[in-house]
Design a protein around this ligand. Structure first.
Ligand code: SF4
Ligand code: SF4
Length: 187
């Protein structure tokens, strides 16, 4: 019987579409953490997260907020001397967390990510009025009103559609997505 993959191997396997080098080539230099614009809000810095994955500290990795706070700016990926695609690692851990339902219920990120992907898969387009409720109610009343005002202004100026629209040849798009994203689970 084949040996059960380690957590580090599971995450590495989720990076199949990434062109980065293997996680094991990390030299723990800290360039990613020093580059990251949101590192101060993370429980663990990107450098520590990579080290924790390599050490198979699965529970600690999944419990931290680091990958949910990643803004996908790709600065770390561009500057890593070992050419590891750290931003894709963040996505891989997000997917793992969603599929295994290990995230905490009070996080905005998982619901936002799932709604975003579902909207894209069903229509080929993002639609902000569907996405906004996934994070708006975690804000204060002032911010909710600001968001609602901005959304209304965008609709009035034709910068945001009132109703969702679909792309042409949606079936072709869905087939393409089906090949690159195992939507619904990797277990
Ligand atoms: S920049 Fe690259 S090599 Fe340096 S700690 Fe981050 S992942 Fe590791
Ligand atoms: S991609 Fe994410 S982890 Fe990397 S620098 Fe940007 S915010 Fe930080």
């Amino acid at each position: 019987m084949a040996a059960k993959p380690t957590f580090s191997q599971e995450i590495s396997n989720l990076l199949y579409a990434s062109k980065g080098n293997p996680l094991k080539t990390c030299i723990q230099c800290g360039t990613c953490s020093g580059t990251c614009p949101v590192a101060e809000f993370m429980d663990q810095t990107p450098r520590r997260l990579i080290g924790m994955i390599n050490a198979n500290l699965k529970e600690d990795v999944l419990a931290c907020n680091t990958y949910w706070f990643c803004a996908s700016c790709y600065h770390c990926t561009a500057r890593c001397p070992s050419k590891i695609d750290i931003a894709e690692v963040m996505y891989a851990v997000k997917r793992y967390s969603i599929w295994h339902k290990t995230y905490s219920e009070d996080l905005v990120g998982p619901t936002f990510s799932e709604t975003f992907v579902r909207t894209i898969v069903n229509s080929g387009r993002s639609f902000e009025p569907v996405l906004a409720p996934t994070y708006m109610f975690s804000m204060g009343i002032k911010e909710v009103l600001q968001e609602a005002y901005m959304g209304t202004q965008m609709m009035l100026k034709g910068r945001m559609p009132v109703l969702p629209t679909k792309i042409k040849r949606l079936d072709n798009f869905k087939e393409m997505i089906r090949r690159i994203i195992p939507v619904g689970g990797g277990k």
